[in-house]
Design a protein around this ligand. Sequence first.
Ligand SMILES: [Zn+2]
Ligand SMILES: [Zn+2]
Length: 367
Amino acid sequence: MRIRGAVLRAIGAERPFARSQPLELVELELDEPGPGELRIRIEAAGLCHSDLSVVDGARPRPMPMLLGHEAAGIVEAVGEGVDDVAVGTRVVTTFLPRCGECDACATDGRLPCERGSASNAEGELLGGGRRLREGEHEVHHHLGVSAFATHAVLDRRSVVPVGDDVPPQVAAVLGCAMLTGGGAVINAGKPVEGDDIVIVGLGGVGMAALLAAASLGLGRVIGVDAVPAKLERALELGADLALSPDDAVAQGLRAPLVIEAAGHPRAFETAFALTAPGGTTVTVGLPHPDARSSLSPLAFTAEARTVIGSYLGSAVPSRDIPRYEQLWREGKLPVEALITSEIGLEDLNEALDTLADGRAIRQVVRL
Ligand SMILES: [Zn+2]
Ligand SMILES: [Zn+2]
């Protein structure tokens, strides 16, 4: 079928993106869903830092690519062998499908699926190959999804069904920001009664981590970021305290669980400095491959410290998304608060500037 979507043709466009227009809205041909696949009509798709990282070249991907991976939509057609998701069901897309058969899939989310990682790197669906064409040329899928479009064909394992009562924009954000930020706290951090939880870096993932931390009702939840507007926002989202990195260190703040969600080596050092003796630092940010941090090895030993790397929230989407869905339903996880604006597909280039400038948490495309 013919669809419309936002295609990136080359990485490394100059800023402002509103002028260089790296994403081009074009008509494409979308194949029918093959065995084990389904087609959805996209209802909402969030703009995530991982989209920006492809545009600016921080995480290079094969070109051309139809971006977007944090989305919700309605199942319109199912391929052969898909018998557990009916047409008409609302689903959340997930950006790293789990094949369920490799060694990594047996690690309870600690390691990303080997096949899923490989197909994502190739810009293919989990079952192999691409379903998108522009004229003669194949267009790559972004993280097995490609959601900045009217429709998408995905592997069954790239979606998780949700209830009709979950609004599309909320469902979309469950699939990436919430899965990653919430997972860093719950899956990797495993906080216990009375634990204070500090979140360093308050972008989409950091704010989602903050919401998840607050939903647990343990100790205090403390947001740390250098941008004053984000500290105000953190307090609105339920943080008990919000501090700049300098203030947090100067005040001697130390907590048993500190989440680093900025993807910057200085933020990692701050998170480590704020972790209490015996405590755990979880790093979920994705810094540039050349980034280096300076830490005291003695602090690990003398203070019996733990540092955990949580790749994409150590998530098992089919297990975790229903958990966040239920917390949202109970009013404990106000995911709506992460959405700072709703935009159209034609607004994506400007929205990339807004994201790069740190002026938004989640901008969600509505279709
Ligand atoms: Zn994302
Ligand atoms: Zn696997």
